[in-house]
Design a protein around this ligand. Structure first.
Ligand SMILES: Nc1ncnc2c1ncn2[C@@H]1O[C@H](COP(=O)(O)OP(=O)(O)OP(=O)(O)O)[C@@H](O)[C@H]1O
Ligand SMILES: [Mg+2]
Length: 352
């Protein structure tokens, strides 16, 4: 596995027009990683330069007109037409977000049952960033751990994604999101430790021992919960709250206004729930191997990005007894691509 990891560098995330119709250029090692997240879908593969590509997992519905369609084509905007509507999806959906509230194909880490267009949109987004397979390459894709919000429908979600990827010529295999974080970040610790991804729809956790997932779970709280809770109490749109959060939130300083005050409060709530649940799960786990050393925790996902997040997590962790000795808590090298990269590493380890 060491060799595999040396070959996988992290690159910046690119958006823009997709690669629909392209062949599997860059899958020369026969492996691809795909993070299918509630907010973003991220590809990681071994193309020269080890690239990653991402698209927002969101869309807006516009009324169809020939003029609109021609102008979207001219500007290379990703869309699909269905009946009297045009659905603009991926990063381009953001351009319309102030006028049209974006819709989401997923909720709490799985397909959104309330969204009739969900499957078609996910398929379109995947086809825009994942090249067609040439010879049944292996693609590993992320799935959440069980929890409130992602339980029985997890089987359906995984099945639908498998079918989409198989229709593109791949052999498809699901990987738990927390374990993917372990693969991406804990190679020097023999893949022993706790991988946590705090994303848009949820937080995912995996306690891994020598790359074997001993305990996995999720809580249905993440960036979306923070955005909608804050929007409700400060009377702002969810999109506006999200943009403010992504640009300005600093959890290491006292809040300066009403929005940042509310963001601090809901961030603390999510972190408290996450640490409480982790403690509870560890205390009740029966099959955990005896760890003779202390183990690290790696934090990843877009919700872990604000300055001060790591310190807040550490503060809550230290505020009461924890059942396992922790050597350090650190942030993933690139919190937005770690899951995709971990999926890539999982796929590489099977094909080599
Ligand atoms: N700089 C930032 N500061 C704060 N939040 C951010 C930042 N960048 C992204 N986010 C938030 O991170 C979340 C998306 O993270 P990520 O892409 O890891 O989620 P995801 O993998 O799509 O979702 P999930 O894993 O829950 O299914 C969104 O709520 C977004 O607003
Ligand atoms: Mg995620």
């Amino acid at each position: 596995m060491e060799d595999i990891i040396k070959m996988t560098g992290v690159t910046g995330v690119m958006g823009g027009p997709g690669v629909s119709g392209m062949e599997a250029e860059g899958t020369e090692y026969g492996a691809v990683g795909l993070d299918v997240g509630t907010s973003r879908i991220v590809l990681s593969n071994g193309s020269n330069g080890h690239r990653s590509l991402s698209q927002l997992n969101a869309f807006v519905e516009l009324p169809y007109s020939r003029m609109t369609e021609a102008s979207l084509n001219q500007n290379k905007v990703l869309y699909r037409r269905s009946g009297k509507s045009i659905y603009v999806y991926g990063n381009d959906a953001e351009k319309f977000a102030t006028a049209f509230e974006p819709r989401r194909s997923m909720q709490f880490g799985v397909l959104n049952p309330q969204e009739p267009m969900g499957q078609e949109i996910i398929q379109s987004i995947i086809e825009s960033i994942v090249p067609m397979a040439r010879r049944s390459e292996l693609i590993c894709f992320s799935v959440p751990g069980k929890g409130l919000g992602a339980d029985a429908n997890l089987v359906y979600h995984e099945g639908v994604l498998k079918r989409i990827l198989q229709s593109m010529g791949y052999e498809a295999k699901a990987v738990n999101e927390g374990l993917a974080v372990v693969f991406a970040e804990l190679q020097n610790e023999n893949f022993t430790g706790i991988g946590i991804s705090c994303g848009g729809g949820m937080c995912n956790v995996c306690v891994s021992f020598l790359s074997v997932p001993m305990l996995t779970f999720s809580i249905p709280m993440g960036g979306d919960y923070i955005d909608s809770s804050v929007a409700a109490v400060v009377d702002e749109s969810v999109t506006q709250v999200r943009l403010t959060k992504e640009q300005y939130l600093d959890l290491s300083r006292s809040p300066r206004d009403k929005v940042s005050g509310a963001l601090h409060i809901y961030y603390e709530e999510v972190l408290n729930r996450l640490v409480d649940k982790l403690r509870e799960e560890l205390e009740s786990a029966r099959n955990l191997p005896k760890m003779d050393r202390s183990i690290p925790i790696v934090l990843s996902g877009g919700t872990a990005k604000p300055r001060g997040f790591l310190q807040k997590f550490e503060g809550i962790l230290k505020s009461s007894d924890f059942p396992v000795r922790i050597s350090e808590v650190r942030l993933a090298m690139d919190p937005l691509t770690a899951t995709a990269r971990g999926c890539y590493i999982a796929a590489m380890s099977e094909v080599r």
